[in-house]
Design a protein around this ligand. Sequence first.
Ligand code: MMA
Ligand code: CA
Length: 313
Amino acid sequence: MSGQSCNAAMANPQSRTEDGQKISFIQRLSQVFLNTGVNLQFRYKQFGQGGDGSNRLVLLCLGLLNITLLIAAVVIGINCAKVKEGSLRVSHSAATQLIDELNYLHGNYSDVIKAEEEAKNALESVLKNHTRMKEKIEQQKTINDNYQKQMEALQEESKILLSNVSALEEHCSGCPSGWIPLNSSCYFFSYTESPNVEKNWEKSREDCKSRGADLVVIDYPEEQNFVSHTIDHMMAGGFWVGLTDMNTEGKWVWINNVTEVENRYWMDGEPNDVGYHGEDCAMVIASRMTPWKTRNDANCRHSMKWICEMTSR
Ligand code: MMA
Ligand code: CA
């Protein structure tokens, strides 16, 4: 009976209990051992101490048990060694991995240090550049200030020169600045000074007198041509001249009392004295196609530009 149990335990290390549960080899072995001990006690009591057959059986069973235990010890030892070796292998590979990582990190660290050094150098050179730029800007500022001063001085000088020029012009032409010289006279066209101002004939004459002149008297062909061309360039409409028939209708007299009036300078159909109040003052208006025909009689109360004339100095 116990011999069979021993054999069963050895043949099938992972066996089952009587109720069918899986148990390990060691558990099974201890069970067999316990069973055997119980059986031996029982037999010892049953057959007495001197039974030869039962002694031999006990010895045999103990011998088998010894062998079994030895095998178990060997198996456990082998398993232990395997486990130990496995864990060693594992720790060795982890260490290798750690060393690799350490090397990698070491490489990275030196890269970082290198980059830091480079960044430092770059920053230094940028700072140097910045300082240099600042200095340059400062220099440029000084130069600009100097230029500004020079420009202001030049502007002042140019003002003086211009006033000198107009003084010279005045001196040479004998006309005030803003007046146009022709032969021994100076002419003022109101449009050049104030393009939007218009006055009636009387007010226009007053303005001329206030300037030391009078309304223009056109009494020779070159003068007619000059006035005609000048107003043509201005494109500013009609200008009062110093000619009127307000004393005797139809008797045109210049303001210097000269009655020699060139009829060819009237525009076609003029003077026509139209309107309820008539037209007793003469004005000139540009006529590009027929520059000599510039004259018209108009109502003295109308507002328009005017031309003054004075003798040059
Ligand atoms: C016409 C013509 C002139 C007259 C003016 C008055 C535009 O010209 O009849 O003779 O003096 O009108 O505005
Ligand atoms: Ca008219």
